[in-house]
Design a protein around this ligand. Structure first.
Ligand code: ATP
Length: 902
């Protein structure tokens, strides 16, 4: 099979023959053997940059260039220790960046693998779902709309099949496919009898035989397509990059001005001023910030994955924090997707059904008396149709009954068994010839059967309004009579007000055809009855909706279900007022302006189809909302793409929906979206915390040097000491902030305005405020020590330790941006903060007392009295920042009250 076949020129029979397989698929043993021979169906790992190239990348940063320049200048001035330490710091910084980035990338990669692809194959004559990597040449694969093709296939049977092959051909319109052999050598885009690995089925169904797997597939041969490496770049990181460039320019200008000032006004020597300028540049550069932000994002993504939300595109982490509206599907997301039929109406009778879940334990009763199908011919036909116009299977594993397939259909299977029918027997007596599968667009499913007396008939089930339009007659015990729409509408209403999902079931005698077309469903249908099934709301969704409301997030339910059912379920969940509902038809009849005027007041949208979702997202966005939209089908893709955060369902979602979304919910649960929003807000907070923690250190150091030059004094901290402080605090204290848990009120405040700049006025103020405290304390103690006759080494050691102790105190302020830190959790809430402080203390002891470090950094051992001064002075930053927070909190409260009044 390794010789390149023109599979598309081969007839079906020749293809099957050449692959030694048949229509009923391979046996499991044969498949296992082939798996061992051909290997797993995985594409070769994308080409990654070499370790050396990734390490070199760490130096490609303007700030690092300045540091390297500083290293060269100090070397020219023969300040060997200075230049050695600068180079060492740059290297250590690169190593840390390399390791952290590698870890972040691995974490993200591991998360992508959680989204493994499944393939539907036929083996031993039975349909089963297996991991796509276990597919082997010769396997028979079935495809339906929404699937990603798992390997290269020669198509055997198709039904209206259309495939999006853009990743291979660049063609944006889906290609029509058929099973007919291509007669000549045609280009890839025209090989209509083939389906290629990695392409997406947008419509129809098909069966095909696997001809190539893994690297032998068309996609496997285009290696550059495979470099689907995650880029650790988000709008926020870009903005930080811009900020870094801006900061570099500012540093260069200030440094040059200080240099000129020092030489011309203070008459410092050229060499001294060079060293001071290097110190200033080094002081002002926040070397650790980019790595801390990347790590914070990666930790956030991991935290979300733990809470069942998988981020597919990194920028979504940030966007999630500013989501103002979540539009959610109902079935399975807000509800449990565990359907149980509770009521049945035929034209003569109303029945109740007992039992819970999919377990076929329960009875069909009429006025509390059990009903036998032999006494109720219409009910008999209805349950038969419900069982046969159905693709679901219910089965029990270790006593728990589960459904394979669509839960709505599973509920009907359970109903039929409760009523006394047996699936295998019914299927044998009425073999299925053809089917029109259910799609949200047409809202019904139809199947064509025959019996062994030569009669053909169609069963149809679907949304009742749809079926009422299609049926002219209704079945009664005495025969078929004209349909009484008023009766059925009132029956439907009675079920829907109880939150039941209503389905109508119909049948039709057919001529002896083997195929079903849409025109067959248009007339002469006889309504058998309607069934109502419950699907309880998820309890965690009720709490999540509450959480959204207190977080200023609007929740909208967009469902294909009936308006009355939707509003009853909405009421149970706390969405909408239990009355106001807009239906798909009403949306169609409204202009954009009309819809815009009412969209904020309506939370439930019923009987919608996927196109409505797109329109709703667009209108919401035009009103300034940041929208998260859920979806599962192929037709949801445009809305998912358009939404700010498209959310696909991990369990029932199609590959197409997953590929177009930013986030995938492992458990399809609405509560997981809300958890992800909470994590998104926390990540943004933590990035802010890292910024307001790191920048004042740089500000304080830079100001200390500028002050020394302005006052014509010796530098209180040397460039190498500054580098020590920057590096040691970044890898301990600042990193601890990346692990900060969510603040208590994180879901009690309104969403963040996405246009809000990274450095808000408040953040800039905080940086300046703390920088000033740091410079006063550090410079102050330095002068005190010098005036008291201490050596320059001693006074500088005091200054460095003062700066570090300030940072330790300030870390505990920074754990909460606005909230006060005078509480026990300040010291217990994040154990990493405590570890970081302990490690930092050890480093400072070494820095002060270890002889090799004393030589490297020109430090001197300190007395207890100096330590006492340092520790007491350090408290000032904690107290002053807390007073500042108190002032801002009060001001904000006053503003809020004012806003509420006006
Ligand atoms: P949501 O968009 O919240 O998931 P939904 O699952 O209720 O909503 P659809 O799946 O589009 O929406 O279903 C719409 C209607 O189609 C249902 O109310 C039901 O009447 C009918 N329906 C659903 N599933 C089937 C099915 N398998 N066969 C026939 N009719 C169905």
């Amino acid at each position: 099979m390794k010789t390149p076949h023109n599979w598309y020129n081969l007839s079906q029979a020749a293809t099957l023959e050449s692959l030694k397989t048949q229509d009923t698929g391979l046996s499991s043993d044969e498949a296992n053997q082939r798996l061992a021979t051909y290997g797993p169906n995985l594409l070769p790992a994308p080409h990654r940059k070499s370790a050396l190239a990734r390490f070199a990348q760490q130096f490609h940063n303007l700030l690092i260039y300045i540091l390297l320049l500083a290293g060269v200048i100090t070397a020219i001035l023969e300040h060997w220790i200075d230049s050695g330490v600068i180079i060492a710091v740059v290297l250590i910084n690169a190593i840390i960046g390399y390791i952290q980035e590698g870890k972040a990338e691995k974490a993200l990669e591991a998360i992508t693998h959680m989204l493994s692809l499944e393939a539907n194959v036929i083996r031993n004559g039975k349909q089963l779902s297996i991991p796509a990597e276990n597919v082997v040449p010769g396997d028979i694969v079935t495809l339906q709309s929404g699937d990603k093709v798992p390997a290269d296939l020669r198509l055997l049977r198709t039904r209206d099949l259309r495939i999006d092959e853009a990743i291979l051909t660049g063609e944006s319109l889906p290609a029509d496919k058929s099973e007919d052999t291509c007669e000549s050598d045609v280009p890839l885009g025209d090989r209509h009898c083939m389906a290629f690995s990695g392409t997406l089925v947008t419509y129809g169904t098909a069966t095909g035989v696997v001809v190539e797997t893994a690297a032998n597939t068309e996609i496997g041969q285009i290696s550059e397509m495979l470099s689907d490496v995650r880029i650790l770049e988000t709008p926020l990181l870009r903005r930080i990059g811009e900020f870094a460039r801006w900061l570099t320019m500012a540093i260069l200008i200030i440094t040059s001005m200080t240099f000129i000032f020092g030489i011309s006004v203070q008459n410092f020597s050229m060499t001294d001023m060079f060293i001071a300028a290097v110190g200033l540049a080094v002081a002002a550069i926040p070397e650790g910030l980019p790595a801390i932000i990347t790590i914070t994002l990666a930790i956030g993504v991991q935290a979300m994955a733990k809470r069942k939300a998988i981020i597919r595109r990194l920028p979504a982490v940030e966007t999630l924090g500013s989501v103002t509206t979540i539009c959610s599907d109902k079935t399975g997301t807000l509800t449990c997707n565990e359907m149980t039929v509770k009521s049945i109406s035929t034209s003569d009778n109303q029945y109740d059904v007992s039992g819970v879940g999919y377990a076929p334990h329960g009875k069909v009763t009429e006025a509390n008396n059990q009903v036998e199908l032999s006494d109720a011919p219409v009910l008999n036909q209805l349950t038969q149709a419900a069982l046969l116009c159905n693709d679901a299977v219910v089965h029990s594993t270790t006593g728990i009954w589960q459904v394979n397939g669509d839960p709505t259909e599973g509920a009907l299977v359970t109903l039929a068994i409760k009523a006394g029918l047996q699936h295998d027997q019914q299927a044998a007596q009425h073999p299925r010839l053809d089917a029109i599968p259910f799609e949200s667009e047409h809202r019904f499913m139809a199947t064509l059967h025959h019996d062994h007396q030569g009669r053909h008939f169609m069963f149809l089930k679907g949304a009742p309004e749809r079926l009422l339009e299609m049926c002219d007659l209704q079945r009664t015990v005495g025969g078929d009579t004209p349909i009484d729409k008023t009766y059925w509408e009132s029956q439907m209403h009675n079920m829907a007000v109880q939150g039941q999902r209503v389905l109508a079931i119909a049948c039709k005698e057919m001529p002896n055809s083997l195929e079903l077309t849409f025109s067959d469903t248009e007339k002469d249908l006889v309504l058998l009855g309607i069934v109502g099934m419950i699907d309880p709301p998820r309890t965690e969704a009720i709490d999540a909706v509450k959480a959204c409301h207190s977080a200023g997030i609007n929740v909208k339910m967009i469902t294909g279900d009936h308006a009355t059912t939707a509003s009853a379920i909405g009421k149970a969940l706390g969405i909408g007022d239990g009355q106001t509902v807009l239906t798909g038809n009403e949306i169609d009849s409204m202009t954009n302006e009309q819809l815009k005027a009412c969209i904020d007041d309506i939370d439930i949208y019923a009987r919608t189809s996927p196109q409505h979702k797109l329109r709703l997202v667009e209108i919401l966005q035009s009103k300034g909302h940041i929208v998260s939209m859920t979806g599962d089908g192929v037709n949801d893709a445009p809305a998912l793409k358009r939404a700010d955060v498209g959310v696909a369902m991990g369990m029932k979602g199609t590959s197409v929906a997953k590929e177009t979304s930013e986030m995938v919910l492992v458990d399809d649960n609405f509560a997981s979206i809300v958890n992800a929003v909470e994590e998104g807000r926390t990540v943004y907070d933590n990035i802010k915390k890292a910024i307001i923690f790191i920048l004042p250190t740089n500000g304080g150091e830079a100001l200390t040097i500028i002050a020394a030059i302005a006052l014509g004094r010796l530098l209180p901290i040397t460039p190498v000491q500054i580098l020590w402080v920057n590096m040691i605090t970044a890898v301990t204290l600042a990193l601890a902030l990346a692990f900060e848990p969510a603040e208590r009120g994180v879901m009690q405040r309104p969403p963040r305005d996405p246009s809000e700049p990274l450095l808000t006025g408040f953040l800039i103020w905080r940086v300046i405020f703390v920088s000033l405290i740091l410079v006063s304390g550090t410079f102050g103690l330095f002068i005190l020590e010098r005036d008291a006759g201490a050596s320059i080494e001693y006074a500088r050691t005091v200054a460095v330790n003062m700066l570090v102790v300030f940072e330790i105190y300030y870390l505990f302020n920074s754990r909460f941006i606005y909230e006060h830190s005078l509480r026990i959790e300040t010291f217990t809430g994040n154990r990493f903060a405590i570890y970081a402080v302990l490690i930092l203390i050890c480093f400072q002891v070494l820095f002060t007392y270890a002889p090799p470090l004393q030589v490297l950094f020109s430090t001197a051992p300190l007395t207890i009295a100096s330590w006492g001064n340092i520790l007491v002075t350090g408290v000032s930053v904690f107290v002053l920042v807390e007073i500042e927070k108190f002032f801002f909190r009060n001001r904000q409260l006053r503003n809020n009250k004012h806003n509420i009044k006006t």
